[in-house]
Design a binder for this molecule. Structure first.
Ligand SMILES: Cc1cc2nc3c(=O)[nH]c(=O)nc-3n(C[C@H](O)[C@H](O)[C@H](O)COP(=O)(O)OP(=O)(O)OC[C@H]3O[C@@H](n4cnc5c(N)ncnc54)[C@H](O)[C@@H]3O)c2cc1C
Length: 361
């Protein structure tokens, strides 16, 4: 269960379940603190790979978390200094809707290009000494042999000292007793592989913004209100926040969000219907963008009602941790991962996490 350390010292072995933004950045932080880390990922259905990756460090968050996320740009710079380019780029943000003054608002913005991030992470993790395993953890981790047992598919039983659930929308299945504020939605986007194919005629200012690698978003996002009201839903609800973001050489156009009553994301929504809702929403912004070919893809996204994520020990299960349910993950994860890694390593930042309100208990 334990691996020998550099000088023969006992090394704590931690399994991080989920290889998206949360699991990967946490694995890097744990490895930096000398723990033996294995990152287990099923290799499908991740939100990170389809994310706009916008880093709204100025947009606020409930309570003291708002102050912490202001450090997100510095945290990304530090990550890139240690692990090489991860996709950070300053980029323009243009807002639409919400009155005549909206076009005057040009908040500072940055993006972590999710295609660059996903391509860079395997090398960064390997260089940091993180072992990677392509497998699905089937069912909740079980206590045993002084640590935790994980059933993998494919693969034999894995025994480790500690487990971190960073599996996004998959966390609920692995720990059904997690607080009810952790939910999951379905997000849908049109994916375009090559921006150079954008039609130039008829002329459109939104296509010009897309060609200039700017992110375009509505002034008033509907998604936070949809998530905030999830506990009161009697039936499924969807909304469209029309906008787009550069994505490697291509473009992500979105985004539809569907939330169901209850704690689980459930099966993917009917793709044809959601694509049609999305295209209608985009047509309100620009019919040229609404007619782009796609394809349309959907992924489940974990969120927390109240926008404060779950970061900390799972109550009554020593050595089991959760890291999920972010609201603005690209600003929250890089500043919260070092705190959780410190708490796992020696308990040192548990009081900070308690002050931030992220503890699941
Ligand atoms: C279209 C879109 C736009 C977005 N825009 C922004 C934005 O601009 N800014 C922002 O901050 N956030 C944005 N988000 C949200 C953000 O992308 C997510 O909150 C974040 O990527 C979640 O990261 P994660 O690591 O927690 O989860 P995920 O990226 O979903 O990763 C979870 C991983 O766990 C794995 N997994 C699940 N269950 C198991 C299991 N049982 N065993 C093994 N592996 C498992 C999955 O395969 C997956 O790889 C956007 C999301 C979408 C979809």
């Amino acid at each position: 269960m334990t691996a020998p350390g550099p000088a023969g010292a006992r090394q704590v072995r931690v399994a991080v379940v989920g290889g998206g933004l949360a699991g990967s950045l946490l694995a890097l932080e744990l490895a930096e603190r000398g723990l033996a880390v294995v990152l287990i990922d099923a290799g499908s259905d991740g939100a990170t790979a389809l994310s706009y990756g916008g880093v709204a460090w100025w947009a606020g968050a409930p309570g003291p978390l708002g102050g912490l996320i202001r450090r997100a740009p510095a945290a990304w710079h530090r990550l890139e200094a240690r692990h090489g380019p991860l996709g950070w780029r300053g980029c323009g943000l243009r807002l639409h809707g919400g009155g005549w003054a909206t076009p005057l608002l040009r908040p500072p913005f940055a993006q972590v290009d999710s295609t660059v991030l996903m391509a860079a992470l395997p090398g960064a993790l390997a260089a940091a000494g993180v072992a990677r395993r392509r497998a699905r953890v089937v069912g909740p981790p079980r206590p045993g042999s002084g640590g935790w047992l994980l059933d993998l598919e494919p693969g034999p039983l894995l025994t480790v000292d500690q487990v971190v659930l960073a599996a996004g929308a998959g966390c609920r299945q692995l720990a059904p007793g997690l607080p009810e504020r952790l939910r999951a939605s379905w997000a849908g986007v049109l994916t375009l592989q090559d921006r150079s194919n954008l039609p130039r005629s008829p002329p459109s200012r939104w296509v010009r913004h897309a060609a200039a690698c700017r992110i375009v978003q509505p002034r008033r996002w509907q998604r936070p209100a949809l998530e905030g009201g999830a506990a009161a839903l009697q039936e499924e609800r969807w909304i469209v926040d029309a906008g787009f973001a550069p994505w490697g050489q291509g473009l992500l156009l979105g985004q539809s969000s569907l939330v169901r009553p209850g704690l689980a994301a459930g099966i993917p929504p009917a793709a044809a219907a959601m694509e049609s809702h999305l295209r209608r929403g985009l047509a309100g912004l620009d019919p040229v963008l609404a007619a782009l070919p796609g394809p349309f893809l959907q992924v489940p996204v974990a969120f927390c009602i109240g926008a404060v994520p779950l970061v900390g020990p799972v109550p009554g299960a020593a050595g089991l941790w959760v890291f999920s349910g972010f609201g603005g993950a690209f600003a929250q994860v890089p500043v919260l991962a070092p705190l959780l890694a410190a708490a796992i390593t020696d308990g040192s930042e548990l009081s900070t996490l308690a002050r931030l309100g992220t503890l699941p208990g």
